[in-house]
Design a protein around this ligand. Sequence first.
Ligand SMILES: [Zn+2]
Length: 308
Amino acid sequence: MSPFKLLLVAGTHGNEINAPWLFGQWKKKPSLINANGLNITKVIGNPLAGNKCQRYIDRDLNRSFSPELLENFGINDLETCRARELLSEHGPLGADPSQIVVDFHSTTSSMGSSIVIYGRRSVDLAIVSLIQKRLQLPIYLHEGDNDQTGFLVESWPCGFVVEIGPVPQGLIHNQIINQTFFVLQTCINEISNVINKKAVFPDKLIIHRYLKNIDFPRDSSGVPNAFVHSAIQDKDWHPINSETAIFINLEGDSLKLSNYIKENEEVVPVFINEAAYSEKNIAMILTKKEVLDFEKSWAKDLYELVNN
Ligand SMILES: [Zn+2]
């Protein structure tokens, strides 16, 4: 039997409750999801934050997997300890190691179902190519943002985040449950295809790579003095240009994108007005669309990972 193990995580953020609820139903009724013969471990990322329906207790668990935190044993806050615990149980050097991790989140932004990857690891690009080919999901590639690091999936050899939205924090929503269920089953199916050497990789991969974070305009005391313009609210993944108004204040004065980027540069905003990002001073993230040629080495690396 293949030693391959798949780790599925829900509730890394304690107030994103749809995937944890789905995992609970799946635990009660194992036939709910077709595991396709895969050896799957399901965990709740931050159960204590989940009990309180808070994003986290001491610090964001999904920024707690940086070596600076994990290896500094003077740091003992709840989430850093939980990150060490998850790694000691299911990490690549853990007691019960998994090779691939999928981390299920929800967002208050109108992003629909999407995938997030961190950097350009060949194995991640290979696996998300399969899911994009199957579901045509947009992929956000997070790279080059030194303020946002320490993501859970980066601590495993291969992994990605699934984001489903829009849904308020702490709310179970019919459509979000159904989307999470559908993407979850597709991830299992495609990973199973890789294990069984039946995967058919695409020729191209479309990604939206990180460009920059945009904060709200603020007054001298740091309070936002404008809000997201109706021209882009709920329009995640829609291209905008320098003439697009992105913020407006109560007097009706708007701020155009040209205040933030070079002229004539078409960009794509994501995580527009994500509630969890207000504490990070991020009103939206600008991305740039790229079409990558699928490289055979990505698939080779993925096959090597799952067969070792
Ligand atoms: Zn989250």
